[in-house]
Design a protein around this ligand. Structure first.
Ligand SMILES: Cc1ncc(C[n+]2csc(CCOP(=O)(O)OP(=O)(O)O)c2C)c(N)n1
Ligand SMILES: CC(=O)[C@@H](O)[C@H](O)COP(=O)(O)O
Ligand SMILES: [Mg+2]
Length: 615
């Protein structure tokens, strides 16, 4: 086996395609699931990746591939971060370069396999995809079932409910929704729906008691049977009262569950029933995130949702994490909230990764986790602002795309003083095309009244964040990238609010650098000579002060880590008479690779900038 692992996995060796699984006995499938867990721990500890979610779906994925015939039957994974086992069972075992340039994607990928459908790793879309695939299969008479697997976290997203509503409306069209319920997003999953699912989970014992009662009474001959009939009459009423699964029924789905998601026989039985049913079905599967790997099971924070490289024996990181942008925000927002009681923070199911954990510990009632519900978060923020708060929505840049309408119509149109803090802005790299935060500047440039700051270092992040939350005339946005934070660069001069990072006599060329691009811009300018570098800090809308300064040069170059179309450079070019060159991300989806390698490929590292500017 060509792979990232040194151990031999004899059962996994036998699987080249899903059909091979049909030759396994039930006992062998159990042994296979143990092998797969070992494989995942060994391989992912070398590369990093979504270990916890994948450890949780080993049995579920085996069962799905034994019951359904992929790719004839379409299996769709929501978010797709839990598709590693699916990859292993569909012939992809070379995990050496998982999430690296040229290696396996961390998500389903059509380029890799005919078994993969959805590459978009933004959550809560799988049910809409499934509805679409199923409609077209039925319309055009294509064979094959459609199954969507969605986590309890992704089920908090509004789009999932729009899809459920549509799927349920067509009783003639069978479609199976598998809810992979591990009770967690990163944190425990929040909201009424999560509560509902957990009630179903706790009712499992009740179901077992009913089954035991039935068996016992029926074995007692006629008197027992009469007693059972009487009790059975009551059961529906009792069940409706005790089991909120009725809700799925009322929505139009047959509900099967809750099923032990680590029992392959039970899973196969449930999936076979779902497959045979001629209408939409929900199969509710209970799993444990991080299952079978003690460090992940014990990790209360997020059960190893996504890890870097780790020591497989201990689960400890191979390299200590360097102090990052997120940590600076995490510290600063606590300081600001201490001073300003109007500050309330919002997270869309990502308190820890966006740095809101310390604030939630200091002021538990001033951080709201809305689930994976970015659209709701933005409009809710507008409502909070109306009622007197200054909401701070901390979110990954790529996920704000989803709430563009709410940003324009609910926040900007109402001049709501909401601050957006965009983490992972610019190139993120290993998560592939869908996770780069490269559209935010272009989108923000179209929103009337939205002020955008791009700090170049920690000192500027602290200052600009403070200015943002003090700005109450309308919305503001502060954006910064993924990863370690570089050293502060002090300005050599400041004119009319514009920092000069490099200033030489008689420079004809000026580089306008956006946020963290300042570091490469300054180094490139120093290497070339005769070039000034300025940092406007508040980059959108483009200010008159920036235009005035740029007008004094014969050549203006804007460097930004966003798409070139419609970003800061495009706005500067619109307002200046001097020719403007924009160096940024071309309008294309970026294949996965390390952030530095992508910057190099795009000519945005020092070497590339020197070359381009000299030319
Ligand atoms: C729109 C969107 N917002 C946020 C995320 C980040 N994110 C990725 S996985 C995840 C939690 C998913 O929970 P769940 O669906 O239950 O899957 P699990 O990891 O528990 O298997 C979140 C918040 C995302 N991918 N998409
Ligand atoms: C699937 C998903 O959207 C997240 O888990 C994401 O992969 C995390 O990215 P970071 O590692 O940058 O926090
Ligand atoms: Mg979950």
């Amino acid at each position: 086996m060509q792979d990232a692992v040194s151990r031999i996995y004899p059962l996994l060796e036998r699987v080249h395609q899903p059909a091979d699984l049909s030759r396994f006995t039930p006992a062998e499938t159990v042994a296979l699931s143990q092998e797969i867990r070992q494989f995942l721990i060994e391989a992912v500890s070398k590369t990093g990746g979504h270990l916890g979610p994948n450890l949780g779906v080993v049995e579920l994925t085996i069962a799905l591939h034994r019951v359904y015939e992929s790719p004839r039957d379409t299996i769709i994974w929501d978010t797709g971060h839990q598709a590693y086992v699916h990859k292993l069972l569909t012939g992809r075992k070379d995990f050496r370069d998982l999430r690296q340039e040229g290696g396996l994607s961390g998500y389903p990928s059509r380029a890799e396999s005919a078994h993969d459908v959805v590459e978009n790793s933004h959550a809560s879309t799988a049910l809409s995809w499934a509805d679409g695939v199923s409609r077209e299969k039925v319309r055009s008479g294509l064979p094959g079932e459609v199954v969507a697997v969605i986590g309890d976290g992704a089920l908090t997203g509004g789009m999932a409910w729009e899809a459920l509503n549509n799927i349920a409306s067509d009783k003639e069209r069978p479609l199976t929704v598998v809810v992979n319920d591990n009770g967690r997003s990163y944190d425990p999953t929040v909201g009424g729906m999560a509560h509902h699912l957990s009630l179903l989970r706790t009712s499992e014992g009740y179901e077992r008691a009913l089954a035991w009662g039935k068996r016992t009474l029926m074995s007692m001959g006629e008197p027992g049977r009469t007693a059972y009939d009487a009790l059975h009459g009551m059961k529906a009423g009792l069940k409706d009262f005790l089991l909120p699964q009725a809700m799925f029924g009322e929505l139009g789905f047959k509900y099967i569950g809750p099923i032990d998601g680590h029992d392959i026989v039970a899973l196969e039985f449930a999936l076979e029933r779902a497959k045979a049913y001629p209408e939409p079905v929900i199969v509710h599967v209970m799993t444990e995130k991080g299952r079978g790997y003690v460090p992940a099971e014990d990790d209360e924070a997020d059960h190893f949702h996504a890890v870097g490289k780790i020591h497989p024996e201990t689960g400890l990181p191979v390299a200590p994490e360097r102090f990052g942008w997120t940590s600076v925000f995490a510290e600063e927002i606590v300081q600001l909230a201490e001073k300003d009681p109007r500050i309330v923070a919002i997270s869309a199911a990502m308190k820890e990764p966006v740095g809101l954990r310390p604030l939630s510990l200091r002021f538990p009632d001033r951080v709201v986790d809305v689930g994976i519900a970015e659209q709701h978060a933005v409009t809710m923020a507008a409502g909070m602002a109306f009622a007197g708060a200054h909401p701070v929505f901390a979110v990954y840049a790529t996920f704000l795309n989803r709430a563009f309408d709410q940003l324009v119509m609910d926040v900007a149109l109402h001049d709501a003083p909401v601050t957006f803090v965009l983490d992972r802005a610019g190139i993120t790299g290993n998560d592939g095309a869908s996770h780069n935060g490269m559209w935010d500047l272009s989108l923000a440039s179209m929103v009337p009244g939205l002020r955008v700051a791009a700090p170049r270092d920690a000192a500027r992040l602290r200052e600009l964040l403070e200015e943002a939350v003090e700005w109450n005339e309308g919305p503001s946005l502060v954006r910064y990238p993924k990863g370690a934070i570089p050293k502060d660069i002090e300005a050599v001069e400041c004119h009319n609010g514009i920092d000069f990072l490099v200033k030489v006599d008689d420079a004809k060329t000026v580089i306008v650098s956006v946020g963290p691009m300042a570091h490469n811009a300054a180094k490139a300018a120093q290497a070339i000579g005769g070039v000034d570098v300025i940092d406007p800090q508040w980059v959108l809308p483009v200010g008159e002060n920036l235009i005035d300064i740029c007008s004094g040069y014969s050549r203006v170059i804007v460097i930004e880590d966003g798409v070139v179309t419609g970003g800061v450079g495009a706005q500067v070019a619109r307002l200046l008479d001097v020719p403007v060159e924009v160096l940024g991300i071309p309008d294309s989806f970026l294949a996965q690779a390390n952030r530095d390698d992508i910057l190099h490929r795009l000519g945005l590292d020092v070497e590339g900038l020197v070359k381009t500017i000299r030319r």
